[in-house]
Write a protein that binds this ligand. Structure first.
Ligand code: NAD
Length: 335
């Protein structure tokens, strides 16, 4: 019998087509059924049940908790479409001896381009000036004077796949000076266009623009809090395409209201989707996009294929290329 792969959220067709050659795919979204935002929200029971009956699951932002993993007796692999695996209880998967395969690099270029787009939009006031024209309130174009990126200091927090791409584009393409803080880089790693800064505090005080590219973990939760916002240069502009909880949003909203920062552009939030009455929807000089940094046709096709291939590799007994929880092998026998 063909294994069943549960795919709760839409993914690009190349990945589904590849899986369908070898597996039965359950794709509720193809019948117009969407995943409720919270795992325990009304209407989520059929999704949880489908997860627990599957041999494999391929998820995007669908929450997979320890209980789901414990109650899925046939589950052999979880595929993550993307690189941030914070929506999956990887510890529970490791304890069950289940690999979490993921798609590092599939959207690096795409996210880096979005981070640059946000930086450019902030530097040239693209959103407020466009809004002023469309709403008939444009009275003085000098209010929308911008700053050049050339020669400005860009501070990157996290210099992995995405951060290093941003460093390359910002330095070679825009003539920015780039420094990065990343205490986990192995000694001797190539920094490319960025100069490594040993202290986060020094980086915050130096940068005109700051862009965040760290994974969400206990160590990065509220990494940018009130105290660290106060260390930033007055007039600094902050971009976040990593994960919302890396910034303490209430403190950021205060800094923007008080005019201590020149602007913030955020693609990710502590709560998603961001409620329309959230304070950040009313702060000045704030540009918001709804977690779309990784969404381009090229990136989505690459991610769907990589995740599908990782799942097939596990189901067919091959070694998967990209595993987010390498420790799973030690507990494999108990699976
Ligand atoms: P990566 O693993 O290649 O790089 C992350 C880097 O952050 C690593 O070099 C790591 O050493 C560093 N780091 C970890 N903790 C740190 C800390 N406390 N301070 C400074 N640096 C730290 O990951 P990536 O592919 O570059 O992606 C980065 C993050 O971007 C992902 O974890 C994901 O959450 C997010 N992301 C968001 C979107 C989106 O749609 N908005 C899309 C893709 C990725």
């Amino acid at each position: 019998m063909k294994p069943t792969v549960f795919i709760p959220e839409p993914i690009a067709s190349p990945g589904v087509e590849l899986l369908r050659r070898h597996c039965h795919c359950r794709t509720p979204w193809e019948e117009g059924i969407t995943v409720p935002p919270e795992p325990d929200a009304e209407g989520s029971a059929p999704h949880r049940a489908a997860f627990r009956e599957a041999d494999a699951a391929l998820v995007r932002l669908f929450q997979v908790d320890a209980e789901d993993i414990r109650n899925a007796p046939r589950l052999k692999v979880i595929g993550k479409h993307g690189v941030g695996v914070d929506n999956i209880d990887c510890e529970a998967a490791t304890a069950r001896g289940l690999p979490v395969v993921f798609t590092p690099g599939s959207n690096g270029r795409t996210v880096a381009e979005h981070a640059m787009a946000l930086m450019l939009a902030l530097s040239r006031q693209i959103y407020p000036s466009s809004h002023a024209i469309r709403s008939g309130t444009m009275d003085d174009r000098n209010r929308y004077q911008g700053v050049e990126l050339a020669g400005k200091n860009l501070g990157l927090i996290g210099l992995g796949r995405i951060g290093s791409r941003v460093a390359g584009i910002a330095s070679a393409g825009f003539g920015m000076q780039v420094r990065a803080y990343d205490p986990f880089l192995p000694p001797g790693s190539a920094m490319g266009a960025a100069v490594l800064e040993e202290s986060l505090e020094a980086l915050l005080a130096w940068a005109d623009f700051i862009s965040l590219h760290v994974p969400l973990s206990d160590a990065t939760h509220h990494l940018i809090d009130q105290e660290r916002l106060e260390l930033m240069k007055p007039g600094c502009r902050l971009v976040n395409t990593s994960r919302g909880p890396v910034i303490e949003e209430a403190a950021l909203a205060r800094a923007l209201r008080e005019g201590r920062l020149a602007g913030a552009a955020l693609d990710v939030f502590e709560e998603e989707p961001l409620p329309a009455d959230h304070p950040l929807c009313r702060t000045p000089n704030t540009l918001l996009t709804p977690h779309i940094s990784g969404l381009t046709d090229s990136a989505l096709e690459r991610a769907s294929l990589m995740a599908a291939q990782g799942i097939l590799d596990v189901l067919q007994g091959r070694r998967p290329a990209h595993v987010a929880n390498p420790g799973w092998r030690e507990n494999r026998a108990t699976n």
